[in-house]
Ligand binder design. Structure first.
Ligand code: FEC
Length: 317
């Protein structure tokens, strides 16, 4: 028997290559292949960010390795990390199967996303728990860690750095006429509006993180907005970041710092939706835009994860 605790570290997943985009997109769409037009459009976005490289893969690998180091320091020999991805290999089920093959009996599941929604983290945890039950592994899953003090500290520093960068950018772009009106926009991936009827904690948790970071950073002029809504007919939570930027410009704002606190890595939804799409949009509006640096493997983020893992491990029988 094996007394070590398996830690299933779950992340969204990204294609392996440009040829793999179709299979990936089909998986996201629950087995429904995209049209040729949708596929071209998504391939075009990946090409625009890095030209054939998928940054989320290396970032997730690095986060898992860094968390393993952090856990090893805190409790030598106690934890062993496995990776499980929502939409790419190794899938969540593959990670759990590997644990079982290694003789793991007790495990913790944690998602590389700080806020809980039944439609996001809830989906990962359900798949992990089902596979664990099937293979005789007892697993406790972390639901959220959106107010961990180390997470708030890491984000606060990034907002402060981002505001300095934005001041330089605005001075350069707007010159002496810059009116100094600057908004901090916290953002996260939109979800279908129907989560509101499910009494889902997603929106509340996102606002709690935003308020805590704003307060710690000394920012009073901020608001929350959504981004990256799906292209389906059902209504998604809004307003979208582009709509918000347009409204801000109409209200006289000339600069904005976007803080995508719902994400933890450099990936498509940040590098394309914000850095390319929103940036181009604000240039047309004659407005300056910067984005905070992502957490990636920040040591304070790793401490946040390690604490959440240890707390969940405490609930294992
Ligand atoms: O860099 C990469 O390769 C992956 C970037 C990526 C991340 C991400 C995170 C979240 N998503 C969430 C929800 C949805 C829902 C749908 C949906 C669709 C897509 C598509 C791509 C995509 N997502 Fe994603 N998401 C990323 C990428 N996402 C590509 C498909 C094309 C498109 O709509 O742009 C709609 C699915 C459907 O059609 O039914 C819902 C949520 C997160 C943040 C939490 C998490 O990381 O799990 C929520 C990163």
């Amino acid at each position: 028997s094996n007394s070590r605790i398996g830690v299933l570290v779950m992340s969204y997943g990204t294609p392996q290559s440009m040829d793999d985009v179709e299979a990936y997109y089909t998986h996201i769409r629950r087995g429904h292949p995209p049209t040729a037009e949708q596929l071209d459009e998504l391939r075009g976005r990946y090409e625009a960010i890095v030209g054939g490289v998928f940054p989320l893969r290396a970032n997730t690998d690095q986060q898992v390795a860094s968390l393993q180091d952090k856990l090893e320091q805190a409790a030598p020999g106690r934890y062993v990390c496995y990776q499980g991805l929502k939409h790419a290999k190794p899938y969540i089920e593959d990670g759990v199967a590997q644990m079982a093959a290694d003789g793991i009996k007790h495990a913790v599941g944690i998602v590389l996303a700080p806020h809980y929604s039944i439609m996001s983290v809830g989906g990962y945890n359900k798949r992990a728990q089902e596979k664990a039950a099937e293979l005789g592994i007892t697993m406790v899953c972390v639901e959220s860690y959106h107010l961990h003090p180390q997470l708030i500290a890491a984000l606060t520093e990034r907002v402060q750095d981002g505001l300095k960068r934005l001041a330089d950018t605005a001075a350069q772009e707007r010159g002496a006429s810059f009116n100094n009106r600057t908004k901090v926009l916290f953002s996260a991936h939109s979800l279908p509006e129907k989560i509101r009827e499910m009494n889902d904690p997603y929106e509340r948790q996102l606002l709690e993180t935003s308020a805590a970071v704003a307060e710690a950073a000394g920012v009073t002029d901020w608001q929350f907005t959504w981004q990256s809504a799906g292209r389906t007919r059902e209504p998604w939570l809004g307003p979208d970041v582009l709509e918000t930027l347009k409204t801000l410009r109409e209200e006289g704002y000339e600069a904005a710092l976007v803080a995508p606190i719902g994400f933890v890595s450099d990936h498509l939804e940040v590098l394309y939706d914000l850095d390319i799409e929103a940036k181009a949009f604000t240039q047309e509006l004659e407005m300056s835009l910067e984005r905070i640096a992502m957490l990636n493997s920040d040591p304070r983020y790793m401490e946040t994860l390690a604490d959440a893992v240890a707390e969940a491990a405490g609930k294992l029988a």
